[in-house]
Design a protein around this ligand. Structure first.
Ligand code: HEC
Ligand code: HEC
Length: 245
């Protein structure tokens, strides 16, 4: 091929490439809700090279994971969680800002667009609150009676904080029923599993979870003065929260 022809050839190949990307992009934006749901379900049901389990295996196909001891940690509930919050966390896992053995490197196999699709999908699922949940199931060995006491103490601290100890009210940011507040990027907490809540509050307190650093460090500040008992009680209350009054 002469220089002239190869330049034309490259030009054609290039414009074809542009045309085909823009076609895909248009298709994506015109995808119907059911197509988007179908795509997202495929993404969370498959395993990619770095994953041993699919996302659904740990988090449930609808983002409502079972309470189980099968893995080292309890997987959090994702159903109904704020989409921007989920996207931010997934990108943090991908870049290594947030780390956990269970999801080590898994997200490197997903594009940022796929992670957004997954986040949108989980945010649209309905949070399932098990009315028959035994509150003592979450691996702490304790009785239902003890749990009730924890829930009462946790509720008080959640609602009013404790100004004598410099603890802000959790409710002021996360809302009365733990619905969260997307304007200040505070996630939904409603009925989140106690074992996960305890673990993640400890992680903020000890500085191993730093995903709030870029948005103001609210959780590192909010957990500084908490005792281990406070954390246990808050987690018991959060798990017991119900969307119905
Ligand atoms: C082996 C079990 C396991 C697999 C597989 C898994 N996760 Fe997780 N996931 C966890 C655990 C455990 C945590 C909590 C980690 C921590 O904070 O230490 C978590 C945390 C998360 C969070 C943060 C939730 C929050 O409230 O901050 C999101 C979002 C998430 N996972 C999505 C995914 C997606 C998407 C996939 C698939 C690509 C996936 N997970 C695969 C166990 C798993
Ligand atoms: C000033 C507002 C503010 C206050 C007060 C606050 N939070 Fe938060 N909370 C946030 C924000 C913002 C995030 C998201 C941080 C991030 O991206 O890591 C968050 C995250 C969390 C998470 C992680 C949720 C998940 O799915 O991983 C838990 C649990 C939590 N807060 C519990 C509490 C508790 C309990 C209190 C009271 C002791 C409290 N928060 C007080 C704003 C607040």
């Amino acid at each position: 091929m002469t220089k002239f022809y190869s330049a034309i050839f490259l030009g054609i190949a290039f414009s074809t490439a542009i045309a085909s990307t823009s076609v895909t992009a248009t298709n994506a934006s015109h995808m119907s809700n059911s197509q988007q749901e179908h795509n997202a379900k495929q993404l969370i049901s498959q395993t990619r090279p770095r994953g041993h389990y699919s996302c659904a295996e740990c988090h449930g196909i609808d983002g409502n994971p079972p309470i189980t001891d099968k893995y080292n940690k309890q997987s959090p509930t994702l159903a109904g969680q704020n989409a921007d919050y989920l996207t931010r966390q997934l990108l943090a896992f991908k870049t290594g800002t947030r780390y956990t053995d269970e999801m080590k490197d898994i997200l490197l196999d997903y594009t940022d667009t796929e992670l957004k699709e997954i986040a949108n999908y989980f945010s649209q699922q309905v949070l399932f609150i098990d009315p028959n949940l035994d509150p003592s199931i979450d691996t702490l060995v304790h009785s239902k009676d003890e749990d009730e006491v924890w829930v009462i103490k946790g509720k008080k601290l959640y609602e009013t904080g404790d100004s004598t100890r410099g603890i802000a009210s959790c409710q002021s940011c996360h809302g009365p029923l733990g619905k969260g507040n997307s304007e200040i990027q505070a996630p939904q907490l409603t009925a989140q599993h106690a074992r996960y809540v305890r673990m993640t509050l400890k992680a903020y307190q000890e500085g191993t979870r730093t995903t709030d650093a870029a948005i103001g460090g609210q959780m590192q500040a909010s957990t500084q003065a908490l005792t281990n008992n406070d954390i246990t009680e808050l987690a018991a209350y959060i798990q017991s929260m119900n969307t119905a009054p």
